[in-house]
Design a protein around this ligand. Structure first.
Ligand code: PEP
Ligand code: MN
Length: 285
């Protein structure tokens, strides 16, 4: 078995392993303080303390919104602290952004450094997030490379000193995926569990794209297969989101979404007893 991660690690009070279960719902791209606050208020309401917030956005086209970058960090972190958020999954596309984050981050709020699918083989960036051992890394599988190549890329993070890595499935680029944005690859959840020690995250929003109904269904598929983490786009007014508007769940839908995901998670727990595979200890923390 390839190791590539500590079997269990704890960060900001949350424990991650191949048996854990966490939901990171939040903004694909931070747009303004009002929407960040609305999202955090909803999460607090639902007792969720993890989220996603995109500040640095890798976009296909240079004339589209690139994210507010470090300009939004002061209010994102201040509001996170105010609403009791403990971990923010945040993509970085360059090592300098790590310093920008550290400049604004209060000690009560952690970040999970997201390596986007486009940077899955950006080896210099992987070495940088590997060389720092403060924050865990959420590695998004490369969408156009083999699973083996993505796993090898993760080894750059480990070999530079960081073994707190979560592997995220987010769908593969393929014309056969149509009408979905990417070909959903959540059947690989148990494969990653077998091949490595890494907890596995699924990102149904990027996998499916524009069908909210299908986002519900593939979330269930990944959860019943044993996913350990759910990364999902939400927005107070999805139609106005500056990035990937069609794939964001409204805040009103979030509670139903969590309930549905938990049905599948509980079914996984029952199934895992049947097959005597990894038996999870907890429900949504
Ligand atoms: C994201 O999660 O915001 C993102 C850009 O994802 P991916 O790298 O999987 O496309
Ligand atoms: Mn900047």
């Amino acid at each position: 078995m390839r190791t590539m991660s500590e079997k269990t690690f704890t960060y900001m009070g949350h424990t991650f392993s191949q048996s854990s279960w966490h939901v990171f719902a939040g903004l694909n791209a931070v747009d303004n303080p009002t929407n960040v606050e609305k999202v955090f208020a909803k999460l607090k309401d639902l007792k969720l303390t993890c989220t996603r917030m995109g500040a640095y956005k890798p976009r296909t086209r240079p004339n589209t919104f690139q994210g507010h970058g470090d300009a939004c960090l002061p209010y994102v972190f201040a509001l996170a602290a105010e609403y009791g958020i403990k971990i923010i999954a945040m993509e970085i596309t360059h090592e300098r952004q790590l310093e920008e984050i550290e400049k604004h981050r209060p000690s009560s709020v952690g970040v999970m450094l997201q390596i986007g699918t486009r940077n899955a083989q950006n080896f210099e960036l992987l070495k940088e997030v590997g060389a720092q051992q403060k924050h865990p890394v959420l590695f998004k599988r490369g969408y156009g490379i083999t699973l083996e190549e993505s796993l090898s890329a993760c080894e750059y993070i480990n070999s530079h000193g960081n073994s707190k890595v979560i592997f995220c499935l987010r769908g593969m680029k393929s014309l056969f995926a149509t009408p979905h944005r990417n070909f959903v690859d959540f059947a690989h959840v148990p494969v990653i569990h077998r091949l490595t020690n890494m907890p596995v995250c699924i990102d149904p929003s990027h996998a499916v794209g524009a069908s909210i109904e299908d986002i519900f269904h593939v979330t269930a598929q990944g959860s019943i297969a044993g996913a350990n983490m759910l990364l999902v786009d939400i927005h107070p007014q999805p139609a106005t989101a500056l990035v990937d508007a069609a794939q964001a769940l409204s805040l009103d839908l979030l509670e139903k979404y969590l309930y549905d995901a938990e049905i599948a998670r509980n079914a996984y727990i029952k199934r895992s007893q049947l097959f005597n595979v990894k038996v999870p200890s907890t429900s949504i923390p």
